[in-house]
Design a protein. Sequence first.
Length: 187
Amino acid sequence: MRHRVGHRKLQKTTSHRLAMLDNMVTSLLEHEAIQTTLPRAKEARRLAERVITLGKRGGLSNVRLAERKIRSRAVLQKVFGELKDRYADRPGGYTRIIRLGYRLGDAAQMALLELVDRPEGGGEAKPEEKPQAKGPPKTEAKPKADEKKPKAEAKSKAKAEAPKADAEAKPAKGAAKPAKRKAKSEK
């Protein structure tokens, strides 16, 4: 039995666990849905529900209590503004957990933690965007099929231009080497 057991330890130190959960709650309230493991989602749900309840109550002391968990000013304003109005008639249960299956790497059970009644969500998970490669954006357009040059022509041009550039940069093998400078400290 789990009577009087306070929370899941999540295999983290106390400071790491608290910081991780604070960041998860901030992300949940900012994006209104996050994907994480099931035990983490269950712990983050507890904190998120409390913060939304503080937002519904309003007042300076509740703002300061919520600010302990949410360090982003924009998210804090969202909780005490938009979310306060959205959940004014709801007595609790502001979040839902949807199980997504198992992660391929370590078979951890994954879950989607989201706010109920979110405007654009409708209860469906958003597909995650792939991170783009770093570097400058590619601006060159690919040539069309009729504009492409055959590979043989491109190679022959490259070979023809290469000896000219090498001849200008390097002297011939039999050419005399420049004389070395004499040392300054000759006696």
